[in-house]
Design a protein around this ligand. Structure first.
Ligand SMILES: [Zn+2]
Length: 338
């Protein structure tokens, strides 16, 4: 209880966050690992054009073709019919990369009705530890709740930064990882119902605990698109006090981002941020159920939750470097190519 109280006090003092900047584990400290050449090879395959293509389709800026028919995703709001197109686009992208996709039908109560949605998963089975998973997560829905008189059923809701950037990162890494072997299993998870109460993440985490699924760590990609003029250079890796981790002792999952940054060269730098309080993202669901998780994001785009959250307001150079860091950390954790 006292410990809990001290975290609350910390939270109040630092408005929820605490930027970790201790020299003992700052960037560049780690020895080069045996994995460095393969991690380098992986990050070289992350291409800005590929990310831009996914993001423009997911936000309706460009159409996509499925079975000879052209579609445009004008919204990924949970209540908008086009969200089904977004689901089909994600499924199709994963299938084109060689995966079979599992759709988990779920629902939540909203006002007086039941709202149906799906979580989507695809897997790479680990060679040595097939039953132990690292999870790469993004939520696929969007919202423009800051607009006056917003109608989620009909209004276009591009949701570029929030959260097409996250979907794009996970789709791009799924494609690259498919050509590699890993010691641990990797699951790519796309959650729905996020904007109405993190439903996809909550169901997933609850089910994992109930079925005894061993999750070594979840990396949640969220809001990775600052504005082009913002010239951001830091990628935030947020962890919390689940277990024994604190501002002075970041979780191994969070530390990995600094370690890979020591071995490899990126255009932006990861910084660890300790969050003693819960903030609004799917990883709360993971923390609530005792699953190690970090959220990776930038969170600075001022078009968040408005109609202006569009591809032209995204810094794709930042998104590319962020995807490389997340890819390197995930491949390192899951022990690629060993
Ligand atoms: Zn949102």
């Amino acid at each position: 209880m006292i410990r809990k109280l001290s975290y609350l006090l910390l939270g109040a003092l630092f408005i929820g966050f605490f930027i970790v900047n201790l020299s003992s584990f700052s960037e560049g400290q780690s020895q080069e690992t045996g994995l460095t050449p393969v991690l380098n090879e992986i990050i070289q395959q992350v291409k800005k054009e590929d990310l831009e293509k996914h993001l423009r389709i997911l936000t309706g800026a460009d159409p996509f073709t499925l079975n000879g028919v052209e579609y445009r995703i004008t919204s990924r709001n949970t209540f908008h019919p086009d969200i089904q197109l977004a689901v089909e686009y994600i499924v199709n992208s994963l299938e084109s990369s060689g995966y079979s996709v599992e759709k988990t039908p779920l629902s939540f109560d909203y006002a007086v009705k039941k709202v149906a949605f799906e979580n989507l998963t695809a897997q790479i089975t680990g060679d040595l530890y097939p039953d132990e998973f690292y999870i790469l997560v993004a939520n696929y829905d969007s919202c423009a709740g800051l607009e006056k008189n917003y109608d989620p059923l009909t209004d276009p809701t591009p949701g570029a930064d929030d959260g097409a950037t996250g979907i794009t990162v996970v789709l791009a890494l799924a494609k690259i990882f498919k050509n590699y072997h890993f010691n641990y299993s990797i699951e790519f998870l796309f959650t729905g119902g996020h904007e109405q109460g993190l439903w996809g993440g909550r169901y997933y985490a609850m089910d994992a605990v109930e079925t005894g699924k061993k999750i070594k760590g979840a990396i949640y990609s969220q809001r990775l698109g600052p504005e082009p003029k913002a010239k951001r250079s830091k990628l935030k890796i947020i962890y919390n006090n689940h277990g024994k981790w604190s501002v002075f002792d970041p979780s191994p999952l969070a530390r990995t981002f600094l370690e890979v940054n020591g071995d490899l060269t990126f255009g932006i730098k990861p910084i660890l941020i300790f969050s003693p309080q819960q903030i609004a993202a799917d990883f709360i669901a993971f923390w609530e159920w005792g699953i190690p998780a970090v959220v990776v994001g930038d969170f600075s785009n001022s078009n968040y939750h408005t109609f202006k959250d569009k591809p032209e307001n995204i810094d794709f150079d930042f998104l590319t470097e962020a995807t490389r860091i997340i890819g390197a950390a995930a491949a390192y954790l899951a022990e690629v190519g060993k």
